[in-house]
Design a protein around this ligand. Structure first.
Ligand code: SAM
Length: 290
């Protein structure tokens, strides 16, 4: 473990309030809460580099392509096209955990970040076909502008069509949701500095980090995220990467950007098939020096 003094100006917070949940209870909750198909569950196993199930073998070409190219638009397009052609009725694909399992990490931040007379801008970066963005839009008691963005036009189209068809009603009538095809390595061509209140990244940085050329891209994305956040804004990364590696990476990026007032922390989300998942949070503060 590193002492806080190594990270002058940064505060590291370890909050393990969710520790102690048994694997069984987390798995049971997860199974109830997510809409995962058998293929999706198998895909998750594959993503963990675990035993290939029989069902995954039937899809081996698409998953193999994806596993080796998780930073590539074409691989994700093919994955979402294939998944949707197998399920004529739209089903959200959730990377490991669905909204119910992660909402306690997200929704309280909207309360603390609230600004009078202006909706909070939330970006679900690399949204895929997750229900996360629509659920934030639906449940936020404060007005929000939720942008669900992904590099895959297939995922973006599926999400747009699904949300239109469902006619989801927001808690606050002035809330807004939009879907955007976007490459998050070029986030700063879409948004200006200090423009986002909350960036949620569920599995997107992990996908980049797992691909051959992705490490550099992930670093680029992180730097842009930190630049685009407003004061008091937060970046949340949901990941299975070990805190010893991810925290140092986040702290180093924050320090390299001259962010002298940032909290970097981690909480456990839960354990799935013996693997612990975490919520990493970087929050900028008032006296931030950009
Ligand atoms: C592991 S999936 C996670 C999807 C979704 N967040 C979830 O929780 O199910 C990673 C997502 O990142 C997207 N992605 C990969 N590279 C990207 C990039 N450069 N810009 C935007 N999205 C990207 C993929 O299309 C994919 O939907």
């Amino acid at each position: 473990m590193f002492s806080q003094s190594r990270f002058t100006g940064l505060q590291r917070k370890f909050n393990t309030k969710k520790c102690g949940q048994s694997e069984t209870s987390v798995l049971q909750r997860w199974r109830k809460q997510t809409n995962m198909s058998a293929f999706t569950k198998s895909f998750v196993s594959l993503a963990r580099r675990r035993v290939f199930s029989r069902s995954i073998r039937q899809h081996s070409s698409v998953t193999t392509e994806l596993m080796e190219n998780m930073d590539k638009k074409s691989a994700w397009d093919r994955f979402y096209s294939e998944t949707s052609s197998r399920n004529p009725n739209f089903k959200n694909f959730e990377w490991f955990f669905g909204f119910d399992a992660v909402q306690d990490f997200i929704m309280p931040l909207l309360q603390t970040a609230s600004r009078p007379n202006s909706p909070l801008h939330v970006l679900d970066m690399g949204c895929g076909t997750s229900a996360l963005g629509p659920c934030i839009y639906r449940d936020s008691v404060l007005p929000v502008r939720v942008t669900c963005a992904d590099i895959s036009p297939v995922a973006v189209r599926l999400m747009r069509e699904h949300v239109q068809a469902e006619a989801i009603q927001p808690h606050d009538v002035s809330s807004h949701i939009e879907f955007l095809e976007l490459d998050c390595t070029q986030l700063d061509t879409y948004y200006g500095s200090n423009s986002l209140d909350l960036i949620v990244d569920k599995g997107t940085t992990d996908a980049l980090l797992r691909s051959k050329e992705g490490t550099e891209k992930a670093g680029l994305v992180l730097k842009q995220c930190l630049r685009l956040l407003r004061t008091s804004g937060s970046l949340l990364q949901f990941s299975d990467e070990d805190p010893d590696a991810r925290l140092v990476w986040l702290e180093t990026a924050a320090r390299d950007q001259g962010l002298v007032a940032a909290d970097v922390g981690v909480q456990e989300v839960g354990v799935l098939r013996g693997v612990c998942y975490y919520c990493y949070q970087v929050t900028l503060h008032q006296d931030v020096n950009k």
